[in-house]
Ligand binder design. Structure first.
Ligand code: ZN
Length: 277
C-alpha cells in the first residue's frame, strides 16, 4: 500500500476547459511511482532531454530534438542553462488520465500535461503535433523556472508559460512571438470591461485561490498581462527579477484595444540574463 506523502507544491498541470488549454500549478504529493522506474517502450535523448513513451506511436527522437532546441532558445533569452529533464508521454489521454488518477492526488480528468519539479519530469500524452509542441514549450519553461532561486508570482509564471507557447525563433534566430492566444485576450478584455481593476487585482494578488476559483479567467488575465509586458519590452526583466508592478491604466488600454494584441508579434525578445542557483 502506498501512503501518500504530505502535500507539496509540485508544478504545472494543464487543464482543458472547453477548447482552451489552460495550465495550473497543483498541490499534491510526488507521483507515486517515479517516472524513471516506470516501464517505457521507447526512449531517446538529446542534450538535457530524455523523452520516454509507453505504448504510444510516438517517435521520441524528434520530440527530444524539439525539446532540446526549445530549451536552447530559452537559454539564449534568459541565460538559464537547462538541467536534465524527462518528458514522459502516455499513448493517449485515457492512459494518461488512468495514470494521473492512480498517481497524482487530486487529479482531475480535465488536467493534462504536468511538470513535476520533484522528478524534473514533464508528463503528458500524445496529442496533435502542434498542440504537443505548445504544451512542451509551456511545461519546459516551468522546468527552467523551477531551477532558479527566484520564484515568480503565479500569474507571471503561468502567463509567461502561456505566452511562450507562441514563441519561436525568427529568421535571424532571435525568439519572436509568432502567435497570440486571442481567446485568452477576449476573456481578459471582457473581465476588465465588466469589473475594471477589480478583475486585474484579483489575479495579481489572488494566487492559487483565485486560480482555483476561475482557472480560465486566471490564465487569460495572466497571459494578457504577460503579453502587455512583452509589448513594452519588459517581460524579460520581469521574469529575471520576479519583481513587477503592472501599470493598470496602461494595461486596461492595451487589453481593450484588439489592434494592439497582434501589433507586437515578430518583435525580437531582448536577451536577458537570469541568475541560477
Ligand atoms: Zn503551467
Amino acid at each position: 500500500m502506498r501512503i501518500p506523502a504530505p502535500p507539496v507544491i509540485l508544478g504545472g498541470l494543464t487543464l482543458l476547459v472547453g477548447a482552451a488549454v489552460l495550465s495550473t500549478l497543483y498541490l499534491g504529493n510526488p507521483l507515486g511511482q517515479p517516472i524513471r522506474t516506470m516501464a517505457w517502450t521507447a526512449a531517446a535523448e538529446q542534450g538535457a532531454v530524455r523523452v520516454v513513451s509507453a505504448g504510444a506511436a510516438i517517435e521520441p527522437a524528434p520530440l527530444a530534438e524539439f525539446s532540446q532546441r526549445h530549451l536552447t532558445d530559452l537559454q539564449g533569452w534568459l541565460g538559464i542553462a537547462p538541467r536534465p529533464v524527462t518528458v514522459a508521454l502516455f499513448a493517449d489521454r485515457s492512459a494518461y488520465a488512468a495514470y494521473g488518477k492512480a498517481e497524482i492526488p487530486g487529479f482531475h480528468p480535465r488536467m493534462d500535461f504536468c511538470y513535476s519539479p520533484a522528478e524534473q519530469a514533464v508528463v503528458g500524452y500524445r496529442t496533435g503535433d502542434r498542440d504537443l509542441q505548445a504544451r512542451l514549450r509551456h511545461e519546459l519553461f516551468h522546468h527552467l523556472s523551477a531551477s532558479r532561486p527566484v520564484r515568480l508570482p503565479l500569474w507571471l509564471e503561468e502567463g509567461t508559460a502561456e505566452l511562450i507557447e507562441g514563441l519561436a525563433p525568427g529568421p535571424d534566430g532571435a525568439l519572436v512571438l509568432s502567435a497570440v492566444q486571442t481567446e485568452h485576450l477576449r476573456t481578459a478584455a471582457r473581465a476588465v470591461h465588466r469589473q475594471g481593476d477589480v478583475a486585474i487585482q484579483a489575479v495579481l494578488s489572488g494566487g492559487r485561490k483565485a486560480l482555483a476559483a476561475d482557472a480560465k479567467g486566471y490564465y487569460a488575465m495572466g497571459y494578457a498581462l504577460a503579453l502587455h509586458l512583452y509589448e513594452r519590452g519588459e517581460l524579460g526583466s520581469a521574469v529575471a527579477t520576479g519583481l513587477v508592478q503592472p501599470d493598470l491604466t496602461a494595461f486596461r488600454a492595451f487589453v481593450s484595444d484588439q489592434d494592439r494584441w497582434t501589433a507586437s508579434i515578430s518583435r525580437p525578445l531582448p536577451v536577458v540574463s537570469v541568475a541560477t542557483r
